[in-house]
Design a protein around this ligand. Sequence first.
Ligand code: S3P
Length: 429
Amino acid sequence: MRFEPASRIAGALRPPPDKSISHRAALVAAMCEEPVRVVNFLRADDTASTAAAIRTLGAVAELGESGSAGADLAIRGVGLRGAGSSDGDIDVGNAGTLMRLLPGWLAGQGRGHWTLDGDKSIRRRPMDRIADPLRAMGASVECREGRFAPVVIDGRELHGADHELPIASAQVKSCLLLAGLLAKGSTTVAEPQRTRDHTEIMLRNAGARVEVEGERVAVAPVERLVLDEVAVPGDFSSAAFFVVAATLVAGSELAITDSGLNPTRTGLLDVMVRMGANIEREDAPHDGGEAVGDLTVRSAPLRATTVEPGEVPLLIDELPLVALLGAFADGTTVVRGAEELRQKESDRIATVTDGLRGLGASIEATSDGFEVEGIGALRGGTIDSRGDHRLAMLGAVAGAASQRGVEVRGFEAAAVSYPGFAADLELVT
Ligand code: S3P
């Protein structure tokens, strides 16, 4: 797919429903006994895997009225302790969030046997980071070579534990909080840095006792979860591609409406404002505990910045975009403390630096991030998504901001989180 230089980015756009929150809504709804309506559930490859997984476990999940990117999903769950065994493997596809959250629920079922597997990318991502702490709670979880999918789980009685995570990860934290709902005694999870808190917000809405003290989250066991309705806000991580496009393409003015603005997700805005970006923000009243609002983005010249390790979790999925911003900024942009990028859908330190260098950027990988020397423009060329949705969309935005356009090989990977991306880009160019 080819993306030509854009003369400007203008108009208004509503980002697709949040992927992280959609995964959690389907899983937590499946844990309830009473029906739950998920409004604006993301219709994309990743979240289709989650809907299929809960159906395999015995839940009913029916798609209702649908918009272009989201749909109503009516879920009748199986109850917190009612997940049914599955004969075949549960296929998570490309979805790391499903792969890491679901075992937390299944491990605490008193019985049952499950095997979770996924695509090539899932099979290279570390799963010992959930298996080890779950085992400390009494779980039976086995990984291939002790570390990778497939992951085999036998349901057991769990006991609470105090976890100190060596790596900040919302997926691992969420997995252990779900297990904690079913364990005897309380469970706490401490992280080196704060990560996205969608699980905490949703579990609280469902009646669980979740308390946060600094970087430590505590959850108490619960009899049942009750969730009436979940309204999924727009995905800031999807909106981010357009925030960056409108900043880089001269003469742009873009309104982004109904985006999630949870502060554990919007680190990119702080980094961009530091770089000199022109972003206006209007907060709306909170919806179910999640911050939402509108953004207006106008193009602006940028100066380089350094992203420090402490802020990395707040923009973990947007760091590829920081690399692109850095190529246009005045000075050298540095990202440090982001070695976790190597464990994402692709090794994003390698794929982002190789990919953008191929388009004319002056960028070098480091052990824990990258350094980009701003050259004020990008030539263009060809980039391969390497099956990574965020790399596919990065290539498209690079094309819009480039001098000669960009061809993205494997662009179809974008459907993992944002099937309508190319159409939306066309709408605003
Ligand atoms: C996610 C958490 C992050 C993020 C991923 C989605 C989630 O991963 O990169 O895209 O939904 O909890 P980690 O928690 O592994 O950092």
